[in-house]
Design a protein around this ligand. Structure first.
Ligand code: 5GP
Length: 211
């Protein structure tokens, strides 16, 4: 049986990863979602085990020590991490799983699962990104410059990804990600081995060779 796809949806902060991921899951209920662990407090309406596994700092440290996390990162003063076992089990069962995580964590996943499908969500335009950063008019020039350089650094990470998806409209972004998943399922590597095993049974060995 083929392993499932590991889809990593990431991108700069504020680009709308969470909204796009939620819509994608609505459209594709068969897509398994990796529920992260976090030390941040639950927001109104969030449920433990559904939105996140809410952990104390000690509990989170313990997960790190037990190697229970595939990756983790600190983001705005809180820890976030992907439970490892669930991801591995889901993939082994041949099911696709999606991780919606920030960029540092995504790079760590890539080290462990280079065969994952890494999707970088982009803002509709750089002008829009700049407007969002400079727009409020209350910040000092130094703060604005700092934010701009963080944004540029984050955008540079696109280089490590397989796909870039512009989030101009949520439904467009979802269409593009769905197309990526379809294409990834059609990759010849996913078929070659099994196909040749079957062909070998059907035809004389000298006619069938797996490259
Ligand atoms: P929020 O607190 O708004 O739910 O999430 C903050 C950020 O943490 C978002 O950019 C989200 O993608 C990221 N995040 C959520 N779960 C994980 C995770 O397991 N690992 C990493 N590295 N980032 C995560």
């Amino acid at each position: 049986m083929n392993k499932g796809l590991l889809i990593v949806l990431s991108g700069p902060s504020g680009v709308g990863k969470g909204t796009v991921c939620a819509e994608l899951r609505k459209r594709h209920p068969e897509l398994i979602y990796s529920v992260s662990a976090t030390t941040r407090a639950p927001r109104e309406g969030e449920r433990d085990g559904v939105n996140y596994f809410f952990k104390s700092r000690d509990e989170f440290q313990d997960m790190i020590a037990r190697d229970a996390l595939l990756e983790y990162a600190e983001y705005v003063g809180n820890f976030y991490g992907t439970p490892r076992e669930f991801v591995e089990r889901t993939l082994a069962e041949g099911k696709d799983i999606i991780l919606e995580i920030e960029v540092q964590g995504a790079l760590k996943v890539k080290e462990k699962f280079p065969e994952g499908v890494f999707v970088f969500l982009l803002p509709p335009s750089l002008n829009e990104l700049k407007a969002r950063i400079t727009g409020r008019g209350t910040e000092t020039q130094a703060t604005i410059n700092h934010r701009l350089s963080v944004a540029v650094e984050e955008m540079n990470l696109l280089y490590h990804y397989d796909y870039a998806v512009v989030n101009d409209r949520i439904d467009n972004a979802c269409d593009r990600i769905a197309a990526i998943m379809t294409a990834e399922h059609c990759k010849r590597e996913r078929f070659l081995h099994e196909l040749f095993q079957e062909l070998k049974e059907l035809a004389p060995a000298e006619n069938v060779s797996e490259r």
